[in-house]
Ligand binder design. Structure first.
Ligand code: SF4
Length: 85
């Protein structure tokens, strides 16, 4: 996964979904890049393209992120955020 200097949460938006990513939580399990390589591409900048898959597919893959580095807000009200530390 890309190394980022800041742990601030980044946001990547497309119609119907905003993907959030908190670099400091990423444990490099690669569920995301294996699950949806068109959306999560470590060699691309920005490395997340929320327009490259359906909202439901994005939700399914982000739900597998074991560290909660990835989250989402969907246009129909679904959310995933990291639990409190
Ligand atoms: S699935 Fe989560 S922890 Fe694993 S590489 Fe992707 S963002 Fe990082």
């Amino acid at each position: 996964m890309p190394h980022e200097k800041s742990d601030a949460i980044r946001e990547y938006s497309a119609p119907g979904v905003t993907i959030t990513w908190e670099p400091g939580r990423c444990r490099h399990a690669q569920e995301c890049v294996h699950g949806l390589p068109a959306v999560f591409d470590r060699d691309r900048r920005p490395w997340i393209d929320p327009s490259a898959a359906s909202v439901d597919d994005i939700v399914d893959v982000i739900d597998r992120c074991p560290s909660y580095a990835l989250g989402y807000r969907t246009g129909d009200g679904r959310t995933r955020t990291a639990p409190p530390a």
